[in-house]
Design a protein around this ligand. Structure first.
Ligand code: NCD
Length: 304
């Protein structure tokens, strides 16, 4: 039985197969409409989410399966003090596969070690968010035609943003990637990541101003300042509007640069940018459903 805790749990070849499958699903959804008939997905979300939880549910429903679960810790037995290990043992009796989000780093891993069904990490604290990374990679591959050979700027909260940490970990396996980390000094990418890049000889730069580097980028990955992981509101308020991508800054970028964002957006991308053909964050959310469909089929070992 396989789980997905980290994007590196799949080899580059396995990811290629997963993206091919997701592409096939996108091209012919009817072929997969009953693939999971009789199967159940449990979504156990101990932390708020719209996209991730609903895209998992939509993915399972599109495959003809059913869904059950809870969307916040207060409405689960966690509020009575039940451990994640006990909860997953129970969920294993009710469902065939589980997507779990938790504010504590490593909680889905603990669940996986006790589980009788495949567990998917749907985001654990500031640590990892592998299915967002699959979504990001699928989007890049579909719209750029390749994974590798580009300069990617990651902008915003690089300290607490788990989508950023997961994406960097996944991208370093592809050739010819250069990173530009754009953040205020307080929200810099953690040292363990830059240490690893140095060790592997992968090029990166750390800058503060988006205007200074946007012209070099093939991809720009914008992120929200992670309010829920700040220790005090004052720091959040000071940093939340540090970056605002608008048409004026987009005018400095390459004609084929793509703007991605895991969403939800707060103020970091002004709505005027939504009409720019280079803004692909809403398309990205659609790819997220196809890739989660492919992931559910893969982990349940269902072939169509
Ligand atoms: C991200 C997350 O939960 O980490 N959202 C998502 O799953 N699409 C990004 C965020 O909350 O900023």
């Amino acid at each position: 039985m396989r789980h997905l805790m980290n994007p590196l749990d799949f080899t580059v070849e396995e990811l290629d197969r997963l993206f091919d499958l997701a592409g096939d699903i996108a091209a012919d959804p009817a072929k997969y409409a009953h693939a999971c008939a009789g199967k159940k997905l449990a979504t156990c979300f101990y932390e708020p989410s719209t996209r991730t939880r609903l895209s998992f549910e939509a993915a399972m429903l599109n495959l003809g399966g059913s869904v059950l679960g809870f969307s916040d810790a207060a409405s689960s037995s966690a509020s009575k003090g039940e451990s994640v290990s006990d909860t997953i043992r129970i969920i294993s009796c009710y469902a065939d596969i589980c997507a779990m989000r938790h504010p504590k780093e490593g909680a889905p891993m603990v669940a996986a070690s006790r589980s009788g069904i495949p567990v998917i990490n749907a985001g654990d604290g500031g640590h990892q968010h592998p299915t967002q990374t699959l979504t990001d990679l699928m989007t890049i591959r579909a719209l750029k035609g390749r994974l590798g050979g580009f300069t990617i700027g990651l902008c915003g909260d690089l300290k607490f943003g788990r989508t950023v940490h997961s994406l960097i970990a996944a991208l370093i396996r592809y050739p010819g990637i250069r990173f530009v980390f754009i953040s205020p000094p307080e929200l810099k990418v953690p040292d363990y990541i830059t240490d690893q890049l140095k060790e592997l000889g992968i090029g990166y730069e750390e800058v503060i101003r988006l205007e200074d580097s946007i012209a070099d980028l093939d991809l720009l990955y914008m992120t929200r300042v992670q309010r829920e992981r700040f220790f005090n509101e004052e720091d959040y308020v000071r940093l939340k509007d540090f970056y605002i991508l608008n048409n004026e800054k987009m005018a400095l970028a390459k004609e084929d640069m793509l703007v991605l964002h895991p969403l939800p957006r707060v103020n970091e991308i002004s709505v005027e940018v939504d009409d720019d053909p280079r803004a692909v964050y809403f398309k990205q959310a659609q790819y997220g459903v196809y890739v989660r469909m492919a992931l559910i089929l893969t982990l349940l070992e269902i072939t169509v």
